[in-house]
Design a protein around this ligand. Sequence first.
Ligand SMILES: [Zn+2]
Length: 380
Amino acid sequence: MKVLSASLRLCGFILLAGISILAQVPAPKDTLGFTPGDDRKLASWASIVDYFKKLDAASDRVMFEEIGKTTMGAPFVYATISSPENLKRLEKYKKMNANLADPRAIPTADMSLRDKLATSLIKQSKTIVLITCGIHSDEVGSTLSSMLIAHRLASSNEPDIKKILDNTIILLVPSLNPDGVDIVKNWYDKTLGTPYEGTDPPELYHKYVGHDDNRDWYAFTQVETQLTVDKIHNVWHPQIVHDIHQQGENGSRLFLPPYMQPVEPNVPKQIVEGYTELGNYMATTLRSKGFEGITTDSTYDAWTPARAYSHYHGGVRILSETASAKLATPVNIKLEDLRAGLGYDSKKESPNFGPVWKGGEWHLRDITNYMTTAAFALLA
Ligand SMILES: [Zn+2]
Protein backbone atom coordinates (compact mmCIF):
# COMPACT_ATOMS: atom_id res chain seq x y z
CA MET A 1 0.00 0.00 0.00
CA LYS A 2 2.78 2.34 0.94
CA VAL A 3 4.54 1.51 -2.29
CA LEU A 4 1.34 2.11 -4.21
CA SER A 5 0.63 5.45 -2.56
CA ALA A 6 4.24 6.50 -3.06
CA SER A 7 4.06 5.61 -6.71
CA LEU A 8 0.73 7.40 -7.04
CA ARG A 9 2.30 10.46 -5.47
CA LEU A 10 5.19 10.12 -7.85
CA CYS A 11 2.77 9.79 -10.79
CA GLY A 12 0.89 12.83 -9.54
CA PHE A 13 4.10 14.77 -9.31
CA ILE A 14 5.12 13.78 -12.82
CA LEU A 15 1.62 14.61 -14.06
CA LEU A 16 1.67 17.98 -12.36
CA ALA A 17 5.19 18.60 -13.57
CA GLY A 18 4.06 17.69 -17.09
CA ILE A 19 1.11 20.04 -16.90
CA SER A 20 3.25 22.84 -15.55
CA ILE A 21 5.73 22.40 -18.40
CA LEU A 22 2.90 22.54 -20.94
CA ALA A 23 1.31 25.50 -19.16
CA GLN A 24 4.52 27.46 -19.68
CA VAL A 25 4.00 27.52 -23.44
CA PRO A 26 2.20 30.85 -23.83
CA ALA A 27 -1.06 31.10 -25.74
CA PRO A 28 -1.42 33.97 -28.21
CA LYS A 29 -4.01 35.52 -25.88
CA ASP A 30 -1.38 35.94 -23.16
CA THR A 31 0.50 38.37 -25.40
CA LEU A 32 -2.23 39.87 -27.59
CA GLY A 33 -5.01 40.12 -25.01
CA PHE A 34 -7.37 38.25 -27.36
CA THR A 35 -7.45 34.99 -29.25
CA PRO A 36 -6.58 35.33 -32.96
CA GLY A 37 -9.86 35.08 -34.86
CA ASP A 38 -11.93 37.04 -32.33
CA ASP A 39 -14.28 39.54 -33.99
CA ARG A 40 -12.95 43.06 -34.57
CA LYS A 41 -9.46 42.29 -33.28
CA LEU A 42 -6.26 42.61 -35.30
CA ALA A 43 -2.71 42.25 -33.98
CA SER A 44 0.13 44.71 -34.49
CA TRP A 45 3.34 43.40 -36.06
CA ALA A 46 5.28 44.16 -32.85
CA SER A 47 2.88 42.03 -30.79
CA ILE A 48 3.09 39.15 -33.29
CA VAL A 49 6.91 39.22 -33.21
CA ASP A 50 6.74 39.43 -29.42
CA TYR A 51 4.50 36.35 -29.30
CA PHE A 52 6.82 34.27 -31.45
CA LYS A 53 9.81 35.35 -29.33
CA LYS A 54 7.98 34.16 -26.21
CA LEU A 55 7.11 30.88 -27.92
CA ASP A 56 10.76 30.38 -28.87
CA ALA A 57 11.84 31.05 -25.26
CA ALA A 58 9.24 28.68 -23.79
CA SER A 59 9.30 25.77 -26.24
CA ASP A 60 12.08 23.47 -27.40
CA ARG A 61 10.04 22.83 -30.55
CA VAL A 62 10.27 26.40 -31.85
CA MET A 63 13.17 28.45 -33.18
CA PHE A 64 12.43 32.00 -34.22
CA GLU A 65 14.70 34.35 -36.09
CA GLU A 66 14.89 37.68 -37.83
CA ILE A 67 16.44 37.41 -41.29
CA GLY A 68 16.38 41.05 -42.36
CA LYS A 69 14.38 44.24 -42.47
CA THR A 70 11.31 45.07 -44.54
CA THR A 71 10.99 48.00 -46.95
CA MET A 72 9.90 50.21 -44.05
CA GLY A 73 12.41 48.82 -41.55
CA ALA A 74 10.32 46.25 -39.64
CA PRO A 75 11.82 42.88 -38.67
CA PHE A 76 11.28 40.18 -41.33
CA VAL A 77 11.03 36.90 -39.46
CA TYR A 78 10.21 33.21 -39.57
CA ALA A 79 9.89 30.30 -37.17
CA THR A 80 11.29 26.80 -37.57
CA ILE A 81 9.10 24.24 -35.82
CA SER A 82 9.85 20.55 -35.36
CA SER A 83 10.63 17.98 -32.67
CA PRO A 84 13.46 18.99 -30.29
CA GLU A 85 15.55 16.11 -31.73
CA ASN A 86 15.10 17.38 -35.28
CA LEU A 87 15.87 20.96 -34.28
CA LYS A 88 19.20 19.78 -32.85
CA ARG A 89 20.06 18.32 -36.25
CA LEU A 90 18.82 21.11 -38.50
CA GLU A 91 22.13 21.57 -40.32
CA LYS A 92 22.23 17.87 -41.17
CA TYR A 93 18.70 17.91 -42.59
CA LYS A 94 19.40 21.13 -44.46
CA LYS A 95 22.42 19.52 -46.13
CA MET A 96 20.49 16.34 -46.98
CA ASN A 97 17.75 18.32 -48.61
CA ALA A 98 20.21 20.48 -50.52
CA ASN A 99 21.75 17.27 -51.90
CA LEU A 100 18.32 16.00 -52.90
CA ALA A 101 17.39 19.32 -54.51
CA ASP A 102 20.47 19.36 -56.74
CA PRO A 103 21.50 16.06 -58.36
CA ARG A 104 25.01 17.46 -58.98
CA ALA A 105 25.48 17.30 -55.21
CA ILE A 106 25.61 13.49 -55.35
CA PRO A 107 28.74 13.09 -57.45
CA THR A 108 28.58 9.81 -59.34
CA ALA A 109 28.33 8.97 -63.00
CA ASP A 110 26.52 5.74 -62.16
CA MET A 111 22.80 6.60 -62.38
CA SER A 112 21.61 3.55 -60.46
CA LEU A 113 24.04 4.31 -57.63
CA ARG A 114 22.89 7.92 -57.67
CA ASP A 115 19.26 6.76 -57.40
CA LYS A 116 20.19 4.49 -54.51
CA LEU A 117 21.92 7.34 -52.69
CA ALA A 118 18.95 9.62 -53.32
CA THR A 119 16.51 6.98 -52.03
CA SER A 120 18.61 6.54 -48.92
CA LEU A 121 18.66 10.32 -48.35
CA ILE A 122 14.87 10.48 -48.74
CA LYS A 123 14.47 7.74 -46.12
CA GLN A 124 16.68 9.54 -43.61
CA SER A 125 15.54 13.11 -44.19
CA LYS A 126 12.42 15.02 -43.17
CA THR A 127 9.69 16.66 -45.20
CA ILE A 128 10.28 20.40 -45.35
CA VAL A 129 7.04 22.38 -45.38
CA LEU A 130 7.08 26.16 -45.80
CA ILE A 131 3.91 27.94 -44.69
CA THR A 132 3.65 31.53 -45.90
CA CYS A 133 1.03 33.93 -44.57
CA GLY A 134 -0.09 37.46 -45.21
CA ILE A 135 1.41 38.38 -48.57
CA HIS A 136 -1.88 40.26 -49.02
CA SER A 137 -2.25 42.22 -45.82
CA ASP A 138 -6.01 42.82 -46.04
CA GLU A 139 -6.40 39.00 -46.02
CA VAL A 140 -5.96 39.22 -42.28
CA GLY A 141 -6.79 35.62 -41.31
CA SER A 142 -3.52 33.93 -42.21
CA THR A 143 -1.18 36.05 -40.08
CA LEU A 144 -3.54 35.55 -37.13
CA SER A 145 -3.73 31.81 -37.90
CA SER A 146 0.06 31.55 -37.92
CA MET A 147 0.03 32.07 -34.14
CA LEU A 148 -2.69 29.45 -33.64
CA ILE A 149 -0.77 26.96 -35.78
CA ALA A 150 2.51 27.65 -33.96
CA HIS A 151 0.88 27.43 -30.53
CA ARG A 152 -0.72 24.05 -31.24
CA LEU A 153 2.52 22.66 -32.63
CA ALA A 154 4.46 23.99 -29.64
CA SER A 155 2.08 22.93 -26.89
CA SER A 156 0.11 19.85 -27.92
CA ASN A 157 1.07 16.31 -27.01
CA GLU A 158 -1.62 14.71 -29.20
CA PRO A 159 -0.14 11.74 -31.08
CA ASP A 160 -0.98 13.37 -34.44
CA ILE A 161 0.97 16.49 -33.51
CA LYS A 162 3.95 14.50 -32.22
CA LYS A 163 3.98 12.60 -35.50
CA ILE A 164 3.97 15.83 -37.49
CA LEU A 165 6.85 17.17 -35.38
CA ASP A 166 8.85 13.97 -35.84
CA ASN A 167 8.33 13.73 -39.60
CA THR A 168 8.34 17.35 -40.64
CA ILE A 169 10.36 20.52 -40.40
CA ILE A 170 7.92 23.41 -40.63
CA LEU A 171 9.11 26.83 -41.70
CA LEU A 172 6.45 29.34 -40.76
CA VAL A 173 6.45 32.91 -42.08
CA PRO A 174 3.79 34.88 -40.13
CA SER A 175 3.72 37.58 -42.80
CA LEU A 176 5.43 38.03 -46.16
CA ASN A 177 4.62 41.74 -45.87
CA PRO A 178 4.97 42.82 -42.23
CA ASP A 179 4.64 46.54 -43.10
CA GLY A 180 1.13 45.85 -44.35
CA VAL A 181 0.07 44.20 -41.09
CA ASP A 182 0.29 47.55 -39.31
CA ILE A 183 -1.02 49.62 -42.24
CA VAL A 184 -4.20 47.50 -42.27
CA LYS A 185 -4.53 47.30 -38.48
CA ASN A 186 -4.05 51.03 -37.99
CA TRP A 187 -6.73 51.81 -40.59
CA TYR A 188 -9.08 49.18 -39.18
CA ASP A 189 -8.74 50.46 -35.59
CA LYS A 190 -9.15 54.08 -36.73
CA THR A 191 -12.36 53.33 -38.63
CA LEU A 192 -13.87 50.88 -36.12
CA GLY A 193 -17.46 51.93 -35.35
CA THR A 194 -17.60 54.33 -38.30
CA PRO A 195 -19.24 53.76 -41.72
CA TYR A 196 -15.77 52.83 -43.02
CA GLU A 197 -15.27 49.88 -40.65
CA GLY A 198 -13.99 46.87 -42.56
CA THR A 199 -12.94 48.78 -45.70
CA ASP A 200 -9.48 48.54 -47.22
CA PRO A 201 -6.99 51.26 -46.26
CA PRO A 202 -6.73 54.14 -48.76
CA GLU A 203 -2.95 53.66 -49.02
CA LEU A 204 -1.02 50.78 -50.60
CA TYR A 205 -0.29 48.11 -48.01
CA HIS A 206 3.13 47.52 -49.50
CA LYS A 207 4.99 50.80 -49.99
CA TYR A 208 5.98 50.20 -53.62
CA VAL A 209 3.90 47.37 -55.08
CA GLY A 210 0.76 47.12 -52.93
CA HIS A 211 -1.30 44.03 -53.73
CA ASP A 212 1.07 43.12 -56.56
CA ASP A 213 3.70 41.97 -54.07
CA ASN A 214 2.69 38.44 -55.12
CA ARG A 215 3.63 39.17 -58.74
CA ASP A 216 7.27 39.83 -57.89
CA TRP A 217 8.34 36.20 -57.72
CA TYR A 218 10.17 36.05 -61.04
CA ALA A 219 11.54 39.61 -60.95
CA PHE A 220 12.55 39.67 -57.24
CA THR A 221 12.54 43.47 -57.03
CA GLN A 222 11.27 43.78 -53.46
CA VAL A 223 13.30 43.15 -50.32
CA GLU A 224 10.58 40.87 -48.87
CA THR A 225 10.72 38.60 -51.93
CA GLN A 226 14.51 38.58 -51.86
CA LEU A 227 14.67 37.62 -48.19
CA THR A 228 12.17 34.81 -48.61
CA VAL A 229 13.87 33.37 -51.68
CA ASP A 230 17.51 33.88 -50.61
CA LYS A 231 17.17 32.98 -46.94
CA ILE A 232 14.36 30.42 -46.87
CA HIS A 233 13.51 28.86 -50.26
CA ASN A 234 17.05 28.52 -51.59
CA VAL A 235 18.45 27.41 -48.23
CA TRP A 236 15.78 24.84 -47.37
CA HIS A 237 14.36 23.79 -50.76
CA PRO A 238 10.92 23.00 -49.26
CA GLN A 239 9.10 20.13 -50.96
CA ILE A 240 5.77 21.69 -50.03
CA VAL A 241 4.83 25.36 -49.82
CA HIS A 242 1.45 26.24 -48.35
CA ASP A 243 0.59 29.82 -49.28
CA ILE A 244 -2.45 30.94 -47.27
CA HIS A 245 -4.73 33.55 -48.87
CA GLN A 246 -8.29 34.85 -48.78
CA GLN A 247 -10.69 35.43 -51.64
CA GLY A 248 -13.99 37.36 -52.02
CA GLU A 249 -16.92 37.03 -49.62
CA ASN A 250 -19.55 35.56 -51.94
CA GLY A 251 -17.88 32.59 -53.60
CA SER A 252 -16.70 29.25 -52.24
CA ARG A 253 -15.70 29.13 -48.58
CA LEU A 254 -12.39 27.54 -49.52
CA PHE A 255 -10.39 26.80 -52.66
CA LEU A 256 -7.75 24.09 -52.64
CA PRO A 257 -5.69 22.59 -55.49
CA PRO A 258 -5.66 20.97 -57.99
CA TYR A 259 -5.56 24.15 -60.04
CA MET A 260 -7.79 24.47 -63.06
CA GLN A 261 -6.30 24.42 -66.54
CA PRO A 262 -4.14 25.80 -68.02
CA VAL A 263 -1.00 24.57 -66.31
CA GLU A 264 2.14 26.29 -67.57
CA PRO A 265 4.06 23.72 -69.68
CA ASN A 266 7.31 24.05 -67.72
CA VAL A 267 5.69 22.84 -64.49
CA PRO A 268 6.89 19.21 -64.16
CA LYS A 269 4.17 16.58 -64.17
CA GLN A 270 5.38 15.26 -60.80
CA ILE A 271 4.58 18.68 -59.32
CA VAL A 272 1.10 18.58 -60.89
CA GLU A 273 0.56 15.12 -59.41
CA GLY A 274 1.83 16.37 -56.03
CA TYR A 275 -0.53 19.33 -55.71
CA THR A 276 -3.42 17.25 -57.06
CA GLU A 277 -2.95 14.49 -54.48
CA LEU A 278 -2.31 16.83 -51.56
CA GLY A 279 -5.10 19.27 -52.41
CA ASN A 280 -7.67 16.51 -52.87
CA TYR A 281 -6.55 14.90 -49.61
CA MET A 282 -6.95 18.20 -47.74
CA ALA A 283 -10.41 18.79 -49.25
CA THR A 284 -11.53 15.27 -48.30
CA THR A 285 -10.23 15.73 -44.76
CA LEU A 286 -12.02 19.05 -44.30
CA ARG A 287 -15.29 17.70 -45.72
CA SER A 288 -15.09 14.73 -43.36
CA LYS A 289 -14.86 17.22 -40.47
CA GLY A 290 -18.04 19.01 -41.63
CA PHE A 291 -16.53 21.97 -43.48
CA GLU A 292 -18.72 23.22 -46.32
CA GLY A 293 -18.37 25.19 -49.53
CA ILE A 294 -15.05 23.69 -50.64
CA THR A 295 -13.96 23.77 -54.26
CA THR A 296 -11.00 22.24 -56.10
CA ASP A 297 -10.00 22.33 -59.77
CA SER A 298 -11.58 25.76 -60.25
CA THR A 299 -10.98 29.51 -60.03
CA TYR A 300 -7.16 29.51 -60.02
CA ASP A 301 -4.93 28.12 -62.76
CA ALA A 302 -1.22 27.26 -62.68
CA TRP A 303 -0.19 29.36 -65.65
CA THR A 304 1.77 32.27 -64.20
CA PRO A 305 5.16 31.66 -62.62
CA ALA A 306 4.77 35.01 -60.81
CA ARG A 307 3.98 33.46 -57.44
CA ALA A 308 4.64 29.78 -58.06
CA TYR A 309 8.37 29.90 -57.36
CA SER A 310 8.33 26.41 -55.89
CA HIS A 311 6.80 24.89 -59.05
CA TYR A 312 10.07 25.65 -60.82
CA HIS A 313 12.28 24.69 -57.86
CA GLY A 314 11.23 21.19 -56.95
CA GLY A 315 8.35 22.01 -54.63
CA VAL A 316 4.60 21.69 -54.69
CA ARG A 317 2.65 24.89 -54.13
CA ILE A 318 -0.57 24.57 -52.18
CA LEU A 319 -2.55 27.77 -52.57
CA SER A 320 -5.47 27.94 -50.18
CA GLU A 321 -8.06 30.70 -50.52
CA THR A 322 -10.64 31.14 -47.76
CA ALA A 323 -13.67 33.43 -48.16
CA SER A 324 -13.23 36.84 -46.50
CA ALA A 325 -15.24 38.87 -44.03
CA LYS A 326 -14.77 42.66 -43.91
CA LEU A 327 -11.28 42.51 -42.40
CA ALA A 328 -12.12 41.47 -38.79
CA THR A 329 -15.79 42.48 -39.01
CA PRO A 330 -18.33 39.69 -39.60
CA VAL A 331 -20.60 39.67 -42.65
CA ASN A 332 -24.01 38.11 -43.22
CA ILE A 333 -24.36 36.43 -46.59
CA LYS A 334 -27.67 35.17 -47.96
CA LEU A 335 -27.77 31.95 -49.98
CA GLU A 336 -29.12 33.87 -52.99
CA ASP A 337 -26.12 36.23 -52.83
CA LEU A 338 -23.61 33.41 -53.26
CA ARG A 339 -22.24 33.53 -56.79
CA ALA A 340 -20.79 31.11 -59.26
CA GLY A 341 -17.04 31.14 -59.82
CA LEU A 342 -14.85 29.84 -62.63
CA GLY A 343 -15.55 26.11 -62.82
CA TYR A 344 -18.15 25.81 -60.04
CA ASP A 345 -21.41 27.23 -58.71
CA SER A 346 -21.55 28.10 -54.99
CA LYS A 347 -25.24 27.12 -54.83
CA LYS A 348 -24.94 23.74 -56.54
CA GLU A 349 -23.05 20.62 -55.47
CA SER A 350 -20.81 19.15 -58.17
CA PRO A 351 -17.82 16.78 -58.34
CA ASN A 352 -15.42 19.67 -57.61
CA PHE A 353 -17.62 21.66 -55.24
CA GLY A 354 -19.49 20.92 -52.06
CA PRO A 355 -21.22 20.43 -49.81
CA VAL A 356 -23.10 23.69 -50.33
CA TRP A 357 -22.67 26.30 -47.60
CA LYS A 358 -26.14 27.74 -47.15
CA GLY A 359 -25.13 31.22 -46.11
CA GLY A 360 -25.38 33.04 -42.80
CA GLU A 361 -22.90 34.89 -40.63
CA TRP A 362 -19.25 34.61 -41.61
CA HIS A 363 -16.78 35.61 -38.93
CA LEU A 364 -13.03 35.95 -38.75
CA ARG A 365 -13.21 32.85 -36.52
CA ASP A 366 -14.67 30.88 -39.47
CA ILE A 367 -11.71 32.03 -41.55
CA THR A 368 -9.12 31.00 -38.97
CA ASN A 369 -10.93 27.67 -38.46
CA TYR A 370 -10.80 26.86 -42.18
CA MET A 371 -7.17 28.00 -42.41
CA THR A 372 -5.82 26.16 -39.40
CA THR A 373 -7.75 22.97 -40.18
CA ALA A 374 -6.45 23.03 -43.77
CA ALA A 375 -2.91 23.64 -42.51
CA PHE A 376 -3.02 20.64 -40.17
CA ALA A 377 -4.71 18.46 -42.82
CA LEU A 378 -1.71 19.12 -45.04
CA LEU A 379 0.83 18.44 -42.29
CA ALA A 380 -0.84 15.25 -41.03
ZN1 LIG B 1 -4.25 36.92 -51.74
